[in-house]
Design a protein around this ligand. Structure first.
Ligand SMILES: NC(=O)c1ccc[n+]([C@@H]2O[C@H](COP(=O)([O-])OP(=O)(O)OC[C@H]3O[C@@H](n4cnc5c(N)ncnc54)[C@H](OP(=O)(O)O)[C@@H]3O)[C@@H](O)[C@H]2O)c1
Length: 254
């Protein structure tokens, strides 16, 4: 693989939306650092694309796991000394929790927030040295998977819905801080998508009109392409039965 091929790190790459994103970026000629806890699906992906995939077994909720993964990406990309080692990051690792408040333990609430918000903060922070570009380079893109839940008040989803609202705030704050340094941070907020996650939580009938994960990967790849071309979209909504649409721009401090 030529050292100038763009490189993306994707979390949650062993399943669902993250796995579809990995396939999409590979189809577009990118190299992929594919992160998840289960190694099996990542090794299969690497075997199918020799030299183009770095399988990264790590838990994004653990400091040591994140640091170890970042070190492995740094070593893998050490030849890329003329431009940023990483061109994009997609945070798709996540989980869902449906439970009324009185049955949501403090530990469960904390687990969902740690996976949904803290991991997006901490992994991005640790990756910053790999996202800096020493010379002229296209803007780098960081994309967080949020959810329609970030804009709704679904009952019995206090932990999940509040954490998804947190993802929007995190992305806005990160983008405000990093845009002057050539890094843009955006969000994709899907409605129902048919993945192993939703197949575990919803009856088959509820998923009849759910989006395929490849549709979210398309939106997400388009967002990264827009950012690399110098444009910016803060958030893309993608709900079943509707074309993807962008959110109103956020007021930006000069
Ligand atoms: N599916 C939907 O309808 C939908 C809609 C809106 C938003 N979303 C959001 O999109 C994201 C992806 O959802 P999905 O439906 O694709 O789920 P999924 O099929 O269950 O995939 C989740 C991925 O996250 C990884 N993961 C979970 N915990 C992790 C951890 N601690 N460390 C590292 N990796 C971890 C899993 O891999 P391992 O188990 O191998 O670690 C898996 O690859 C989630 O944040 C979800 O809330 C989904």
């Amino acid at each position: 693989m030529p050292p100038w091929a763009p490189c993306v790190l994707i979390t949650g790459a062993s399943s669902g939306i993250g796995a579809a994103c990995a396939q999409r970026f590979l189809a577009e000629g990118w190299t992929v650092a594919a992160l998840a806890r289960r190694t099996g699906p990542l090794e299969l992906l690497a075997a199918a694309h020799p030299g183009r995939v770095l399988p990264l077994a790590a838990d994004v909720t653990q400091v040591a796991g994140v640091r170890g993964a970042v070190e492995r990406v740094r070593a893998w990309r050490q030849h890329s000394d003329l431009h940023a080692a990483l061109d994009a990051v997609v945070h798709a690792a996540g989980d869902f929790l449906v439970a009324p408040m009185e049955r949501t333990s403090a530990a469960e609430f904390e687990r969902i927030w740690r996976l949904t918000v803290w991991a997006k903060f901490y992994l991005t922070r640790e990756l910053l040295p790999l996202l800096w570009a020493p010379g002229p380079a296209p803007p780098r893109a960081v994309v967080h998977l949020a959810s329609l839940a970030a804009h709704t008040d679904f009952p019995d989803e206090t932990a999940y819905t509040s954490a998804m609202h947190g993802v929007l705030g995190l992305a806005r704050a990160q983008d405000a801080e990093l845009r002057a340094r050539g890094i843009r941070v955006s969000v994709v907020s899907p409605g129902l998508v048919r993945t192993p996650l939703t197949e575990r939580h919803f009856p088959a009938a509820a998923l009849e009109h759910a989006l395929p994960p490849g549709a979210i990967a398309d939106s997400l790849f388009g967002l990264v392409r827009t950012i690399r071309a110098g444009g910016y979209i803060g958030e893309i909504f993608h709900t079943p039965g509707e074309a993807p649409r962008s959110a109103a721009p956020v007021l930006q401090k000069q």
